[in-house]
Design a binder for this molecule. Structure first.
Ligand code: MN
Length: 264
């Protein structure tokens, strides 16, 4: 029997040839491993992770140079250009954190993470590093909830400074465009874009994903997590009292349609 023609590339593609030969990729959801090069050409990712830790906040992350630039936004992003949301610049996160949703059992940031939004972003400037240094980064988001043009501007701020002696306080502001409006997106769209649940739903999973922090842990983490679990239960109770029980929602038409506001 003549040898069948194998893949053209002798290195990485060849190592996957057995994996690929065993699968029909029009029938399996598994990745074919053939799109690696293409994937690298697409726009960088962004995500917003709703994080119930010692306090509730929204972590806004932009992929840049192989890492996730990160800002903690206490009130979360707003679609209203009149709102300037404080965004504290925090440490870069690893790229694979961008898809994470689950429980951080201990250490700094212990709590529950909901993947609140995800998509790609494009800078509206030539040089992202220069824009970051200057403290004025304009960009476009293509997420599920957040879209259109935005800006992060560094303020003089107060408190701790970065290693470069710069303020860590920035403002996250929506630019006026078709995706701006006065819908409170935090309230109107609180759920995960990954599991479609909220904090309590993630805790209720049999095996929620767990992110092991690499930082030296704080000793009080267990106690803190207990408080956070109680907080999540409270949030769930609040939600079910306003929206009716989930079981009903699944069998009936939605009890209330979301209010339409003046915004598009
Ligand atoms: Mn956080």
């Amino acid at each position: 029997m003549p040898a069948t023609k194998r893949s053209k590339s002798k290195t990485s593609t060849r190592s996957l040839s057995e994996y690929q030969a065993k699968r029909n990729f029009s029938k399996t959801p598994e990745p074919s491993g053939k799109t690696t090069k293409k994937a690298k050409k697409t726009s960088p990712m962004f995500c917003v992770q709703k994080h119930l830790a010692s306090s509730l906040h929204y972590d806004f992350r932009l992929e840049h140079n192989g890492t996730l630039l990160s800002w903690a936004v206490p009130k979360g992003p707003s679609l209203n250009p009149a709102d300037k949301r404080l965004a504290m610049h925090v440490e870069d996160h690893p790229l694979d954190y961008g898809d994470f949703e689950g429980v951080i059992p201990e250490g700094y940031g212990a709590g529950i993470v909901v993947l609140w939004d995800k998509g790609t972003w494009e800078p509206e400037v030539e040089d992202v590093d220069a824009a970051l240094k200057k403290g004025d980064l304009k960009f476009t988001l293509k997420g599920v909830k957040l879209k259109g043009s935005w800006v992060l501007v560094r303020t003089r701020g107060w408190g701790s400074k970065s290693e470069a002696g710069e303020s860590r306080s920035w403002l996250l502001i929506k630019h006026r465009d078709d995706w701006a409006g006065d819908v409170d997106v935090i309230e109107a769209a609180p759920l995960s874009v990954k599991s479609f649940g909220d904090f309590a739903d993630i805790l209720a999973e049999d095996k929620p994903d767990v992110w092991e922090s690499h930082k030296p842990g704080g000793g009080a983490a267990g106690k803190l997590l207990q408080q956070i679990i109680a907080q999540a239960a409270e949030l769930k109770a609040k939600r079910s009292s306003t929206k009716g029980k989930k079981r009903n929602a699944a069998t009936k038409k939605p009890a209330k349609k979301p209010k339409k506001t003046a915004a598009r």
